[in-house]
Design a binder for this molecule. Structure first.
Ligand code: ADE
Length: 244
């Protein structure tokens, strides 16, 4: 997969791709990352990339021409993504079903208040937000996409199904996990995890995952296509909670 990142701060992106998971994916030839500095595409002697908003108001707006020129410098931009707090909320499904499908994609890390709407309308395929809060720029959001893609392409090498199921893809939060020591500050671990009975452990984990998701993220349960098994467990949990 080829990923291009257009940014005003290449130095923020560079060290991150030289380490860890992303570096591994690049080394294995699974990922090719091309960072494009927006500044040289700026206008005039000072390479300006932003200007005041028409109609007044606070903040600066990224001008369309430098962005278009940066985009034109990429031979095969593929899916064009703009990171912006006004975008669709990013989730695992978008990463797996919409982003991972593309051999080429270009992520634009926005800066300033916004991006000229004409550029968005003409050249952006998908606007993505990483959450309902505003950051200084789209570099960290772009890295989040890179990171989530990297762990999947790394997984694909070994086992595509495992890469897809060990993530958030079940649509539920993960069950609680424990490791050594068996007793920590006088607190043990759920006994079932020591039973060696894999089927019962799986059942327990599913129930815990459902409980957790019901408590912390009821929206995920509402939007999920529940299996009959999950529905049964949810009924059991609700009954147990009702009876205290
Ligand atoms: N740029 C600034 N804030 C952002 C957010 N929440 N998501 C994506 N890009 C952003």
């Amino acid at each position: 997969m080829n990923i291009n990142i257009i940014t005003l701060f290449p130095e923020l992106i560079q060290p991150y791709i030289e380490n860890g998971l992303i570096r591994q994916a690049v080394k294995k030839g699974l990922l090719n990352i091309n960072i494009i500095d927006l500044r040289p595409f700026g206008i005039g002697k000072h390479h300006l990339v932003d200007d005041y908003p028409y109609g007044g108001g606070s903040g600066m707006i990224l001008m369309p021409e430098p962005l278009k020129a940066a985009l034109d410098s990429i031979e095969n931009p593929g899916l064009r993504i703009l990171m912006t707090p006004s975008g669709q909320l990013l989730n695992q499904e978008i990463i797996e079903n919409e982003l991972l499908e593309n051999v080429n994609c270009t992520i634009i890390a926005g800066r300033y208040k916004s991006v000229d709407q004409r550029f968005i309308d003409s050249y952006i395929d998908i606007e993505l937000s990483i959450g309902d809060y505003v950051l200084q720029g789209g570099e960290i959001p772009a890295l989040i996409i890179l990171e989530s893609i990297s762990r999947l392409v790394n997984g694909v090498m070994n086992n595509i199904e495992s890469a897809k199921t060990d993530s958030f893809s079940s649509g539920l939060l993960d069950a609680p996990q424990y490791t050594r020591p068996e007793i920590f500050e006088k607190t043990g671990i759920p006994e079932i995890l020591l039973s060696g009975h894999h089927e019962n452990v799986d059942k327990w984990r599913l129930e815990q995952a459902l409980r957790r998701t019901m408590n912390k993220r009821p929206d995920l349960i509402e939007n999920k296509d529940l299996t009959n098994k999950e529905k049964k467990i949810i009924n059991k949990i609700e009954l147990e909670d009702k009876n205290g």
